[in-house]
Structures are given as C-alpha cells and as structure tokens.
Ligand binder design. Structure first.
Ligand SMILES: NC(=O)C1=CN([C@@H]2O[C@H](COP(=O)(O)OP(=O)(O)OC[C@H]3O[C@@H](n4cnc5c(N)ncnc54)[C@H](OP(=O)(O)O)[C@@H]3O)[C@@H](O)[C@H]2O)C=CC1
Ligand SMILES: O=C(O)[C@@H]1CCC=N1
Length: 275
C-alpha cells in the first residue's frame, strides 16, 4: 500500500511526536503537512521535520488522504466546524483528542455527510517509534482506510484495535497518560538517589537505564512481570524491604486511583465538551 498523504491539524506535542516518528521511519516529508496558529511552532516543524506547515487548516487538508485532528479537546468543536466545508467525504479523519467521541466529531463536521472517523489514543514515545496506541473505527471507515490508520500508527509503535469506543477512556488512563506516570517515577527515584548522596547525573542515569532495562525485559521475556519481580527479590533482602514499603504506603491502590482519575477525566471531557 502506498503511503497516504497525512495532514495534522494542530502541531503541538503529540503531533510533533507522531510526525517525528513517521519521519524517522522513512515517511517522506512531502507525504506529511501540518497546520498550527503559532508561527514559531510552524517554523519548528518545518525545520525539524522538513514538512510544510500552514496557518490555515483548510490549506493543510487539501489533497490529504488522512486528516489527523491533534488539537486540544477544548477547541475541537470550533476546529471541526471550520473544517467541515473543506473536508472531502473520502478523507479519513483520525482524532487523537482525549474524551471526544466519534458522534460529537460527526455532528461538528456536519451531519449531512457521513464521515469516516478513527478515534485513536497514541502516546508521546511515538517520537522514538516506541509508541503504543488504541484505535476505534466508526462504521463509515472502509477496510482501506482502516489499513491507512494502522499504517500510520504502526509506523510509530504498536497499534491495537478496540472493538468498543468506550474502551478509549481506559486506554487513555493506561498508555495515553502512562508515559507521565513513568516519568514521575523516574523523577522521584532520581531525587531519592540524590538525597542518598549520588551525584544528580549518576542518579538519573542509574534510574533511566533501570527503567529502560526493566521495560525491555518485561516486553521481551516469556514470563510475566510478577515473575521478573520475584527474580529480583531475594528472601529477606533489599528489594523485599523496598516492596514492603511500597505496599505499606498503598502503592497498588494509589496506582488504581490515579488511573481511575484519568479515565474519569476523559469521561468528564466527553460530558462537558461532547455533543
Ligand atoms: N500530549 C500527549 O501526550 C497526548 C495528547 N493527546 C491528545 O492530543 C491532542 C493535542 O495534545 P497536545 O499535543 O498535548 O497539545 P498541544 O497544546 O501541545 O498541541 C495542540 C496544538 O494545536 C494548536 N491549535 C490551537 N487551536 C488550533 C486551531 N484552531 N487550528 C489548528 N491548531 C490549533 C495549538 O496552538 P496554541 O498552543 O497556540 O493554542 C497547539 O500548538 C489533545 O486533544 C490531547 O488530548 C493524546 C495522547 C497523548
Ligand atoms: O493529559 C491529557 O489530557 C492528554 C491525553 C493523554 C495524554 N495527554
């Protein structure tokens, strides 16, 4: 399948991660463009990725096969209403916004034209082609368009189809927001290492490479994370002491509460901003 032409509406953090990942994977700059109101952001995208960046959203989507809506949920309605007149019926819409469902997007893009919409929740490690995303396609999406969406997202990591749109809230809580949880852990471990006397750089390197090694082991090993943890945990040793401290502090329940808060916020955005 040839590379679809992709237009990103909104050139912020997540769009830049996806564009960077696509470029690193070898997708031609001429197959990608973006639009953003910020002149600095447009110059940055052009300089970093060699793509064209426009101030005008309609100009960006002209001739695109896939239009990726990468603006904040709060401006999505206005962006869609503006785009409706110039969006062609055969263009696939991929929305990466948290909390905005296909029905709202369809309504804002004009009920008179049924739109092929894929809702997608990616994450920022897409920049390094280590992303993971959950995707849901509405009934208008053809098999070819499904392949196009999958081609786009699998170029920057793992792409997993969902059979229910409502599961996107859970994907958001696990992997959309997930990188931030691990960054928080890296921040906390680095700071604790420094307080134990390690130079800052050393504490950071030890922490980051431990995270990288553990994640790779969890991905590549035949046994699950629990067994890998057990193999680090000597009876009555140092790891057991640490794990007991985590458990005494309610670690598992805290993780569950944090993820429930993310999923709830996604549902709240749908209620506040949706059609
Ligand atoms: N960041 C992440 O890790 C993830 C984000 N997402 C989703 O991606 C979307 C974008 O998030 P993120 O990249 O973090 O946000 P950013 O604010 O970094 O990017 C959004 C960009 O859209 C621009 N914009 C605002 N209004 C318009 C408009 N009318 N037309 C075109 N562009 C416009 C913004 O410009 P300005 O700043 O000038 O307003 C900004 O540059 C959100 O819906 C979010 O839910 C999904 C998964 C992960
Ligand atoms: O924080 C947010 O709302 C977005 C969605 C997932 C990651 N960032």
């Amino acid at each position: 399948m040839s590379t679809p032409r992709i237009a990103f509406i909104g050139g912020g953090n997540m769009a830049a991660s996806l564009i960077g990942g696509l470029r690193a994977q070898g997708v031609a700059a001429s197959s990608i463009c973006a639009s953003d109101p910020g002149a600095d952001k447009r110059s940055e995208l052009e300089a970093a990725h060699g793509i064209d960046a426009f101030a005008d959203n309609a100009q960006a989507i002209a001739g695109a096969d896939v239009v990726v809506l990468a603006v904040k949920p709060q401006v999505m309605q206005a962006v869609c209403r503006d785009l409706a007149a110039s969006l062609q019926a055969n263009q696939l819409v991929v929305s990466i916004a948290a909390g905005i469902d296909c029905a709202s997007l369809q309504a804002w893009l004009g009920e008179q034209t049924p739109r092929a919409i894929v809702r997608c929740m990616p994450n920022t490690p897409s920049l390094l082609r280590q992303g993971v995303s959950g995707l849901f396609a509405n009934d208008q999406v053809t098999d070819t368009q499904k392949q196009q969406a999958e081609q786009l997202l699998s170029a920057v990591g793992l792409a997993l189809w969902l059979d229910k749109e409502s599961l996107i809230d859970a994907v958001t809580a696990v992997s959309g927001s997930g990188p931030a949880y691990f960054f928080l852990m890296i921040e906390a471990m680095t700071a604790a290492g420094e307080r134990m006397g390690l130079p800052g750089d050393t504490a950071a390197q030890l922490t980051m490479h431990t995270a990288l090694g553990a994640a790779r082991m969890a991905c590549e090993s035949d046994v699950g994370a629990a067994e890998l943890r057990r193999r680090v945990t000597s009876p009555n040793g140092t790891t057991e002491a640490a794990i007991k401290a985590f458990q005494a502090g309610g670690f598992e329940s805290l993780v569950e509460q944090a993820m429930a808060a993310a999923a709830r916020r996604s549902a709240e955005l749908a209620e506040q901003l949706g059609n």
